[in-house]
Write a protein that binds this ligand. Structure first.
Ligand code: GDP
Length: 315
């Protein structure tokens, strides 16, 4: 039985990844912040608050997992401006602690651990290329992006030092498990409530921002493919197609059966972001060639699945 360790196991990606690994017969261990968090059944939970506790290296040494997936992070770009120090710790320093432990085990010749980092399109900031690829300059424009960029650089450094570490540059990936701090779920939940007369209006920030939105389970699949591939490397994981927030709003309200949505949606300056990229679009051809990865769910299907889920929650 292959043993895997997932940080961030209770999040959207962690839950899909845990399900995927359990279905493949893995022994799955997961790090949780506290006992109150809901963990996928079958996962062996280890309670550890990564924001204050430096015990993750010890846990890795104790478990000696074959694969480590680092998904723990402060996951909101917006919140990273409110808490840059916590962002630096969770999205940056914790990765250093983990990689240091992996390298010690590697240098002792004990176990060959495969490390997979959930990186982000935010490392490119306002990108110089479109679509972005693995060679696009890393120039973050938010504390979130800067901390992810540090971690991305660390993964490369440890790979050069012999550790089998991969960094997957994930573009936005959504599902009904997204919390409403992300614009997609905020929109689908609001569209569902508005369609039932439970809410009047929806306040958003930049509706012209274009993002490359994919289906979260596809991105969990990419993480596993990277871990299982013999050669560690960096990979962009994206659909290659971008849509605006406005497109997402239109598709969600249409699905929810609300025609007069234009009167219902307002823009609040307080929700606009500093350093928000106007356009993100990723080129995942390297992942396709080397990992055999392709996205399987299109934009309209993602919107439909999320709206339908939110409508069902109201019945
Ligand atoms: P993130 O970029 O990975 O943090 O994902 P989000 O879903 O939070 O944001 C995606 C895009 O939607 C960004 O360009 C935001 O500026 C934009 N956006 C516009 N209005 C909102 C809003 O009300 N909430 C959030 N979270 N994002 C918004």
């Amino acid at each position: 039985m292959t043993r895997a360790l997932i940080t961030g196991v209770t999040g959207q990606d962690g839950s899909y990844l845990a399900e995927l690994l359990l279905a493949q017969g893995y022994e799955v261990h997961g790090v949780t912040r506290d006992a109150g968090e809901v963990v996928t059944p079958g996962v062996i939970a280890h309670e550890l608050d990564l924001s204050t506790d430096s015990a993750i290296g010890g846990l890795i040494t104790e478990l000696q997992p074959r694969e480590i997936y680092n998904l723990a992070a402060l996951s909101s770009v917006f919140q990273s401006w409110q808490n840059p120090t916590l962002t630096a710790r969770l999205n940056g320093a914790v990765v250093a602690e983990m990689l240091a432990a992996v390298k010690t085990i590697h240098d002792q010749g004990d176990v060959d651990i495969r490390f997979v980092q959930a990186s982000s399109a935010e490392i490119f900031g306002t990108p110089t290329d479109s679509p972005q690829h693995e060679g696009t300059p890393v120039r973050p424009t938010s504390p979130y992006g800067a901390a992810k960029a540090y971690a991305h650089g660390l993964v490369g450094a440890y790979r050069t030092a012999g550790v089998a570490a991969s960094s997957l540059i994930l573009y936005n990936h959504e599902s009904p498990r997204r919390p409403e701090t992300f614009v997609t779920r905020k929109i689908t939940a609001a569209a569902a409530r508005i369609s039932r007369g439970l809410q009047d209006t929806l306040e958003l920030g930049n509706m012209d921002a274009r993002r490359d939105w994919g289906w979260a389970p596809d991105y969990a699949d990419a993480l596993v493919r990277a871990a299982q591939h013999p050669d560690a490397d960096d990979f962009v994981i994206a659909t290659g197609i971008s849509h605006s927030v406005r497109d997402f709003v239109a598709a969600a309200f249409e699905r929810a059966g609300v025609e007069d949505w234009a009167d219902r949606v307002t823009v609040a300056d307080s929700l606009l972001r500093t350093g928000d990229a106007a356009l993100q679009r990723g080129d995942a051809s390297k992942a396709q060639q080397i990992l055999g990865w392709t996205p399987t769910v299109e934009f309209d299907e993602i919107v439909a699945a999320m709206v339908d889920h939110d409508l069902a929650l109201l019945t």
